[in-house]
Structures are given as C-alpha cells and as structure tokens.
Design a protein around this ligand. Sequence first.
Ligand code: IPE
Ligand code: IPE
Ligand code: MG
Length: 240
Amino acid sequence: MDYTKVKLPTHVAIIVDGNGRWATNQGLNRSAGHKEGFLNLKKLTKYIFNKGVSYISAYLFSTENFKRSKVEVAYIMNLLTDKLNEILEFCHEEKIKAVFSGRVTHMSDKVIKTMEKLTEETKNYEGKTFNICFGYGSHAEIIDATKKIVNDVNNNVLNINEIDESIFNRYLYQELPPIDLLIRTGGEQRLSNFMLWQLSYAELYFTKTYFPDFKEEDFDKAIYEYSSRDRRFGGINYED
Ligand code: IPE
Ligand code: IPE
Ligand code: MG
C-alpha cells in the first residue's frame, strides 16, 4: 500500500487478543499463543513505527487478567522478564522509547525491575513511543489519577480551578496524545477496560483475526479503512 496517499494516525492502540484461541486451534497450549503473539508484536511494532506512526499503545495484560490460572499469569509475567534482553536490543536497534501503563501492585519485584530497566535505558529516544499496557485497567488509571490530583490540591501544588482536560491527561499513567485508531484483534467488539479516557474520539477497528495471525498487510487494511473515515469531532466538514 502507498502510505504517502493515506491519512496516518499519530497514536495507534492495539488490544492484543486471540492468542489463546490461536493456540487452541493449533492443538497447542495457551502459553504457546502468548509466545507467538509476542513475536508478532515485535514485527508489527517495527512496521508500524517505520510507516510513520509516533505512538503505539499495546494492551498486553489487564487488571482483570489476574483472574486467569496461576500458570497462565506466570507465563505472561515471565515472558516480559525472560525476553528483557531481546526487547532491549529491539528498542535500541529501532530507537524506541518504552513506557509502561498499569498498576504494579500485584507484580513481583523481578517484573517491576524489568519494567524500570526498560524504561530507564530507552528514555532518551524520541519520535517512537511504545506504551506497554501491562497490569493495566482504565478504571484503575482514572482512580489513580484522581488520587494524585486530590493529593496535589491538598498540598497546594494544584489549584482546583485549573483542572481541565489537559491537566487531567497529565495525571494519567502516561501523558500521551489521544488515540486516533484502536485495533482489536480476536473478534470481540468491546473495550475490556482499555483507555476509556484516551479513546473518547478514536476510530475503532475490529477484526476476527487472532493476534498471532495479524500481519503487516492486515495493518495496511486497518489504515486504509481509517483513512476513509470522516473524523468530525462533533463538528461538520462543510467541504464534503
Ligand atoms: C492475549 O489474548 C491477550 C491477553 C489477554 C493476555 P487472550 O489470552 O485473551 O486470547 P483469547 O482471547 O483467550 O483467545
Ligand atoms: C483484553 O482481552 C485484555 C488484553 C488484551 C490484555 P481479554 O481477553 O482479557 O478480554 P475479554 O475477557 O474478552 O473481555
Ligand atoms: Mg481474550
């Protein structure tokens, strides 16, 4: 696809879904699906950034996913720590700044240290920001932001009358531009507690394809569709 002829989103978010079903369909255990999803995410991330997108938010583990079996949760947590060197090498090669969104309350010290190392080592890269939503829940994020705001108001760091949309955005886990395009793989048409604030005017794109099978050409299709959408933001495009 000719990327010079399409409207490109600044911030793309992906709900990485369908790993488990992809594996089950192949007669593999669910963990094999997460491993395959990880490999695909790396390839896809490289492709998306190189097409000119500046921000990618990937939903990899939700606050609700702790309800899953101990084995599955441990596998996903270990994936991050086991692949740390590979992820670091990838970020350095591609000059990607990695940031995290989520609550670390139920995470092990090992996982927390991994996140800190990744963030610290890539913090000076500019232009490509990869927001890893891990242990993320949008309700938790909004509550955490509210608590930080109340704290700052109580300590006279923030005046209550100053609070507006852009100030509130600053108190979220990461201060990022709004999401332009949300892609959810795996067939479900819901948000599953993802980025309720940041998605307020995003274009939504749902596909039945399981994430490990969602390739570069599938992303092209999503961009093509996005590019044809008329984003009005409540106004009217009078030239149409
Ligand atoms: C991967 O997809 C993303 C996570 C929630 C960890 P799933 O593990 O939800 O796969 P399905 O939806 O059961 O197929
Ligand atoms: C959403 O997928 C969370 C992530 C992709 C990390 P789920 O598989 O957990 O969502 P539901 O259960 O179908 O809503
Ligand atoms: Mg799922």
